[in-house]
Design a protein around this ligand. Structure first.
Ligand code: AMP
Ligand code: TRP
Length: 335
């Protein structure tokens, strides 16, 4: 058993407990995690990255609730503590420690290029150093566990590229220490666009809640949001990213929830209008989310059980993380 698990490749991913987790997060990343876990082929680690959440100001009470919400959502979608490690980033202090050390080998220019930093900093009155250093902490998350593959949405590619650069740089400077990780991106759903603006990705920090469908939105809210979702000119239900970006996005969402190819859906709606398509789409989403919403309620009502799972997860995570850190400290010359 032990030998077998040593050969398995390691998967690591996380979501920050900020804003509302939406169907973009789900279709782009989290749904994939469950599939990977169920394949049994990998050592799977899923983290609630609370230290990333505080790179923009957070209200402590709300943050506490959000952390538990995201953990319960992981469990509700099917992350199984018997099969995967699930824990909270700040419970394993090695993340912050390695993040700091990686900062000391990260050129400023690399961080200045990061598009997520550019986007997020534009929305802040005061730009904090933590937001700027966000990618080095993410690199630490990944490298601590000798991760091979990181299942994320397309927007995280640049951060993973930086993680690879830093791992290679550290290895070259101090000797082989880190596995060089690779991104794992879905073919469809890696970039779900905003319902109110198909030019931008669906986002937790969007100003209007009509931008996204949260995993915990009620059926009524989902129907309303889909009803007001932007569509394109014309009336055909046709996938065409260039000419029909809004309808293409809705078709992608439909296809992923219904687990039906897009062409099949296009055929079904030949000669039918946007209104009918949207009405059905709302029901498909409601149906897709209802099992996880029901499960979420169970976990929401049982925070002690969730906390016990998270604590156990952190203990196990710490075993690997502390091994990596001992090696790192030694290699860089700490005594
Ligand atoms: P975040 O919302 O930035 O914490 O992202 C959590 C995970 O969801 C990451 O793997 C992102 O790449 C993914 N993700 C976020 N927004 C989208 C989106 N609009 N479409 C697809 N994946 C997304
Ligand atoms: N930066 C990621 C996001 O915004 C969240 C994250 C933090 C992450 N650390 C990670 C994702 C490590 C994968 C691996 O979505």
């Amino acid at each position: 058993m032990e030998m077998e698990s040593k050969k398995k490749k390691t998967i690591f991913s996380g979501v920050a407990p900020s804003g509302n987790i939406h169907i973009g997060n789900y279709l782009g990343a989290i749904k994939q995690w469950v599939k990977i876990q169920e394949s049994g082929e990998f050592r799977t680690i899923f983290c609630v990255v609370d230290e990333h959440a505080i790179t923009v100001p957070q209200d402590p009470e709300k943050l506490r609730a959000k952390i538990m919400e995201v953990a319960a959502l992981y469990l509700a979608v099917g992350i199984d503590p018997e099969k995967s490690l699930i824990f909270i980033q700040s419970h394993v202090s090695e993340h912050a420690e390695l993040g700091w050390i990686l900062n000391t080998i990260t050129p400023l220019g690399e961080l200045q290029r990061m598009t997520q930093f550019k986007d997020k900093s534009q929305k802040q009155k005061s730009i904090l150093a933590g937001l700027f250093n966000y990618p080095t902490l993410m690199a630490a998350d990944i490298l601590l566990y000798q991760t091979n593959l990181v299942p994320v949405g397309e927007d995280q590619l640049q951060h993973i590229e930086l993680t690879r650069t830093l791992a290679k740089k550290f290895n070259a400077q101090f000797g082989e220490t880190f596995v060089i990780p690779e991104p794992m991106i879905n073919k469809t759903g890696a970039r779900i666009m905003g319902l109110d603006n198909p030019e931008n990705k669906m986002s937790k920090s969007a100003e209007s809640p009509n931008n996204y469908i949260a995993l915990l939105d009620s059926p009524e809210t989902i129907r309303k949001k889909i009803k007001v979702a932007v569509t394109d000119s014309g009336s055909e239900i046709k996938y065409d990213r260039e000419k029909k970006p809004a309808v293409s996005n809705l078709l992608t969402i439909y296809s992923l929830f219904a687990e039906k190819p897009i062409e099949e859906i296009e055929k079904e709606y030949e000669g039918k209008g946007y209104a009918e398509f949207k009405k059905d789409l709302a029901e498909v989403i409601i149906e897709g989310l209802s099992p996880l919403q029901a499960k979420y309620k169970e976990f929401e009502n049982n925070p002690d059980a969730v906390m016990a799972i998270l604590k156990k997860g952190a203990e196990k995570a710490k075993e690997t993380a502390s091994r990596t850190m001992s090696e790192v400290r030694e290699k860089i010359g700490f005594v």
